[in-house]
Write a protein that binds this ligand. Structure first.
Ligand code: MLT
Length: 407
């Protein structure tokens, strides 16, 4: 008899962004005359930078000619892209990362989920609360948790991120094996200082734990004191895996390109306590289950590191940060405590009440889609997240409508 994976039954209703999409669809069907503005899911709206388009076009032309046509590429990504990543994203910041430690993929979301395959099912996992739901849901699917009671899964160690701790959680007070961190944070937009990240790296070293560091939003950091990568912290090469994405820096949400860094020195342990390097394991997993990102897309990603690409992606992230600043200003002016929107495209607003109710209020009365904080965990209740990813025209229109509702 074929048995289902019963761990799926523990999952809460539907994936957060699917639930939002369902509510928005229902509202739109009832009110086809009221167009909604989407500031919910962090999906980009502006076109790909011209440097990326040019590189992609050139690559497509190469694919049309026998002499330059390419079939399967290396599963880990083409050397031209891995080398550009290592040089620009890490070595230029003093982080010793080699091209061979980079694995190009089709998304940081999938990578943060797939990486779990390398680990035992019986681990103590720490997740911040609020948290990007993928970290939690994928561990539930893999059977690493018990049932969900009052918004929390049994077996997970929740690290509260609150206004009081600046949304950077304190170190756990019980031993944990695997730690998810995301900075600049989704959903709160908070950033972690060098000192705070150093404490996490020290904790991981001392406890033989591993940090999964999601840096998908690093391109929005403008404060020169804030680290972009965990590998800017001494010792992190031994205890951290980092996830990056071209989605938000260069508008690749639909194009798909990301990468994961698994340094040579990062290890996990057998039950006997022997250290096992994770890079060969991830390489084995990647080569067995993944056939690489398409050549034109990797060429487009490489163009992000050209002089023109650097200037264009900077302009793109500056543009979204400009949206974030005006969103933040409106809510601050209205008297709401606000985090993020600076060094981050997400604005996290303390609305002081039921976040799904506030979400519904903005949807129905302002026709603006946001994300209710409760969808990110128990500690997200009372907050909403607004994404700065939209056109300036739409953001300004949305803010006018919201201002009327808040009055
Ligand atoms: C979000 O809105 O949290 C992000 O778009 C999710 C993602 O990048 O998968």
């Amino acid at each position: 008899m074929i048995h289902v994976n019963e761990h799926y039954a523990k999952l809460q209703a539907s994936y957060l962004f699917s639930e939002i999409a369902k509510r928005v669809k229902a509202y739109q069907e009832e009110h086809p005359d009221k167009p909604v503005i989407r500031l919910g899911i962090g999906d980009v709206t502006e076109p790909l930078p011209p440097a990326c388009i040019e590189a992609m076009r050139k690559a497509v032309d190469e694919m049309a000619v026998r002499e330059t046509f390419r079939g399967y590429g290396p599963e880990q990504g083409y050397a031209f892209l891995r080398e550009a990543i290592a040089k620009n994203d890490f070595q230029a910041r003093g982080a010793k990362i080699d091209a061979s430690e980079i694995f190009v993929s089709d998304g940081a979301k999938c990578d943060t989920a797939n990486i779990q395959e390398l680990f035992d099912t019986k681990l103590t996992i720490a997740v911040p609360d609020p948290v990007y739901p993928v970290y939690v849901d994928t561990n539930v699917m893999a059977g690493r948790t018990g049932a969900c009671r009052r918004g929390r899964y049994k077996g997970l160690v929740y690290l509260d991120s609150t206004q009081e701790n600046g949304f950077v959680p304190a170190l756990p007070d019980v031993p944990v094996d695997l730690i998810y961190l995301c900075f600049p944070n989704n959903p709160t937009g908070a950033t972690a200082s060098r000192k705070q990240l150093t404490e996490w790296v020290k904790y991981a070293k001392k406890n033989k734990a591993l940090i999964l560091f999601d840096a998908a939003y690093e391109a929005f950091i403008r404060d020169p004191k804030i680290p972009h990568s965990i590998y800017e912290i001494e010792g992190a090469r031994d205890v951290a895996i980092e996830f990056r994405s071209f989605s938000k820096i260069a508008g690749f949400t639909g194009t798909r390109c990301a990468y994961t860094v698994v340094p040579d020195s990062v290890v996990a342990y057998t039950k006997k306590g022997e250290a096992v390097p994770l890079r060969p394991m991830w390489n084995r997993r990647h080569t067995t289950k993944f056939n690489g990102v398409s050549y034109p897309v990797q060429r487009a990603a490489e163009a992000v590191y050209s002089d023109a690409g650097k200037a264009q992606t900077r302009a793109l992230t500056d543009f979204y940060l400009g949206n974030a600043a005006i969103i933040r200003a409106l809510f601050e002016k209205a008297g709401f405590p606000v985090t993020g929107g600076v060094n981050s495209p997400y604005i996290w607003i303390n609305v002081g009440k039921d976040s799904w109710k506030f979400f519904d209020r903005l949807l129905k009365r302002a026709q603006v889609v946001t994300t209710p904080g409760a969808g990110f965990g128990k500690m997200g209740e009372g907050y909403i997240r607004i994404s700065a990813f939209n056109s300036r025209e739409n953001v300004e229109k949305a803010l006018k409508r919201i201002a009327k509702v808040l009055k």
